[in-house]
Write a protein that binds this ligand. Structure first.
Ligand code: NAD
Length: 452
């Protein structure tokens, strides 16, 4: 890859010219992004189908539609977000007034993964634009068709002085990370997250790390099992399980375990028919490497549902495993595929202890009627986000910040949180030149001290 320094320098020159700061410019870029999606939805659908076998419906629901909703939300709140926040000024600084001014950071780098290759490039970009930044954008080389499409469309729709796409893999990322940025927004694995944070430290660049992990899902005995199974099967088998906040594994209370697993089988057949391989709504695994990794995990338990695989089509059936040991690979690694281990627990305390003995997950799910159980689980565990009586859907509340904690990441975005992530909250005190209380100036005296 050619040295990216010239292109980054030109982004910096654009930022320094001040062109990205006016609200009108930000609005115009957001509207261009909106037009880019609306006018090319068919091309996005084709690319997503080629990369992941996503149906047009799923592409709209989780990629293009989500991005359009985020743009709409941002356009309607941008003026308010940009307005400085007034704060009170103590007597010692009167006459004067204090405010928090939201200033853009400068040139930011966005590095994206392959699993939602449109959404996870463009949603952070919306925040970067809204906050008035220039951006270098690195889509994933693994979702090659979508990466190509973004590299063609972004310069055609957005201001090329302010936004540049860099296509390629680790070599391109590595070369980019040698440059100085004002913020790095990374979505991907924990291992590469460490590399990104190490590179950022060299330039003291702040980072947002949107990582993964194993998101648990507790099924308490008093919940509506049919609803729980339907929502879990939807969230787990969406994108064939290649979703960072998919329920990774189930902890179900012993007395209802068999009934819950039976319901899972029933709803999965309702969704995808008796042979999910034939369903146009069921996606494929991204590549052979991930196919081999995920299919290797199936032997870690007793197959209670699914289990079929076909490497030539990168197909793995929606699969449920029981009889899984907590130290098995399927319970240690992030699964990131359509394999769902189901473990049982006796009392809620056991489920909570199981979760807190492991790294903090990106999401935590709980199905239960009892408000006491809701409170107990939320108070005694930690996770990036949590959703009670559903899965994945907390991501679709624009005013909820989305991000990890501990090993699942740092920082957050979506809605106002995106604007804040890509802004610096600058403290500005403006004093009057009149009335200068001489108390703080030397020479000091005992008498002055009594006023402090
Ligand atoms: P990845 O970490 O392998 O790759 C992410 C990006 O990093 C890609 O653009 C890739 O080209 C780049 N990269 C690869 N090697 C690099 C290197 N040595 N130096 C710098 N950059 C490098 O992740 P992935 O396989 O694309 O995505 C899957 C992971 O992402 C899962 O762990 C998943 O949980 C996580 N994820 C998290 C979220 C979230 O919002 N928190 C969303 C989606 C995926």
């Amino acid at each position: 890859m050619t040295n990216p320094s010239e292109r980054i320098a030109s982004l910096r020159a654009s930022f320094d010219s001040g062109k990205t700061r006016p609200e009108e410019w930000r609005r115009s870029q957001l509207k261009r992004l909106q037009a880019m999606i609306e006018e090319n939805e068919e091309a996005f659908n084709e690319a997503l189908h080629a990369d992941l076998g996503k149906s047009g419906f799923e592409a709209r629901m989780t990629e293009t539609g989500t991005v359009l909703a985020e743009i709409g939300h941002t356009l309607s709140h941008l003026k308010a977000w940009m307005r400085p926040d007034k704060v009170s000024t103590p007597l010692s600084n009167q006459p004067g007034h204090s405010q928090v001014v939201h200033e853009p950071l400068g040139v930011v780098l966005i590095i994206a993964p392959w699993n939602y290759p449109v959404n996870l490039v463009l949603t952070p970009l919306i925040g970067a634009i809204a906050a008035g930044n220039c951006a270098a954008i690195k889509p994933s080389e693994v979702s090659a068709r979508t990466s190509e499409l973004l590299a063609r469309l972004i310069p055609a729709y957005l201001d090329p002085d302010a936004f540049q796409v860099f296509e390629g893999g680790a070599d391109v990322s590595t070369a980019l990370l040698e440059q100085r940025f004002d913020h790095i927004f990374f979505t991907g694995s924990e291992a590469i997250g460490r590399i990104v944070m190490t590179a950022a430290a060299k330039h003291l660049t702040p980072v947002t790390l949107e990582l993964g992990g194993k998101s648990p899902c507790i099924i308490h005995e008093d919940c509506d099992l049919a609803t729980a199974a339907r929502r879990v099967a939807w969230g787990k088998f969406l994108n064939a399980g290649q979703t960072c906040i998919a329920p990774d594994y189930i902890l179900v209370q012993e007395g209802v375990a068999d009934a819950f697993v039976e319901q899972l089988g029933k709803v999965t057949a309702e969704f995808f028919g008796d042979d999910p391989k034939l369903s146009p709504d069921y996606p494929r695994i991204i590549n052979e490497r991930h196919f081999d990794r995920v299919s290797g995990l199936i032997s870690d338990g007793d197959i209670t549902m699914g289990g079929e695989t076909d490497r030539s089509e990168k197909y793995i059936a929606p699969t449920v495993l029981t009889g899984v040991q907590p130290e098995a690979a399927v319970m240690r690694e992030e699964i990131f595929g359509p394999v769902l281990p189901v473990m049982t627990y006796r009392a809620i305390d056991d489920a909570i202890r199981f979760i807190t003995s492991r790294p903090k997950p990106l999401a935590l799910y709980l199905f239960a009627k009892s408000g006491d159980i809701h409170r107990e689980v939320i108070e005694r565990t930690s996770s990036g986000g949590a959703c009670i009586n559903d899965v994945v859907m907390h991501l679709a509340v624009p005013d909820l910040p989305f991000g990890g904690v501990g090993a699942s990441g740092m920082g957050a975005y979506h809605g106002r949180a995106s604007f804040d992530t890509f802004s610096h909250a600058r403290a500005v005190l403006t004093k009057s030149e009149h009335f200068d209380v001489p108390l703080r100036y030397p020479p000091f005296s005992e008498r002055k001290l009594t006023w402090l």
